[in-house]
Design a protein around this ligand. Sequence first.
Ligand SMILES: [Zn+2]
Length: 297
Amino acid sequence: MPELPEVETIRRTLEPLVVNQKITAVEILDRACVGFPDPQSFQQRLACQRVAGLERRGKYLIWELTRQPQPSGLVLVVHLRMTGRLVYKRADDPPDRYRRLVLRLENGDLVEYADLRRFGRLWLLSNDQEYAAAIKETASSSLETIGDGGPKGLWGLGPEPLAEGFSASYLQARCAGRRATIKSLLLDQEQIAGVGSIYADEALFRAGIHPARPAGTLDESEIGRLVDSLKAVLAEAIAHRGTTFSDYRDGRGQRGAFYDRLSVYGREGKPCPRCGSIISRGRAGGRSYRFCPQCQK
Ligand SMILES: [Zn+2]
């Protein structure tokens, strides 16, 4: 599943290609990928919008739209979930086998949304505060009508781990008294935005912390190491344009190069890069994790 570094890489590769371009037409090949509103309204409202900016929040990609000269007040929110891809293509490039939706651009090129497993969603939302609040209120009671809880997940996100707001004192406050494992806390999007299993496992390895430790048992120095490790591994992964196991591609259809730099994730049965012990796999709190039994306590 694409995590923060992969979505950030997609954002960086797409941004120079789509910002200031007008979306001339929207083709929906699979109605299930449109989370909100209904596919027909989605198509009509998105056509003729100009891309004003491309942002990221957690694992969400946020297209800021304008209908010059007035701001349109609309944003296109994309969550790739397991196998979604958003790739910029020429009109005559071969379509992805799992193409679900196409944004045609005024220069003749297109952005293709493809998704093998079909868990990804696109929402066209008003960025008006009142409307956002209304969506938030209805989110828990009618997930189906507003689109699979995607907007709900977006509104409830915790701080960005690479921002200053994510600090040792912040994490310490979140860990205090918690019996849930530190791994599950790292994956909780309401506590920290954008971290998934790959980078949680890698950060815990670098910090020398066992993933199944109850969060409340971490001391101050461990929490400091964990915050530093998480920021470092995310920044390195972005610099290497993300991790590709099979499905993830950047905004130009290229694979990420961080795979070769993983220490524990996907390396069960292989030697620990630090001590040579065999990397193991465990399970706690409904989450599996990979770790070095020697290096992580
Ligand atoms: Zn080790």
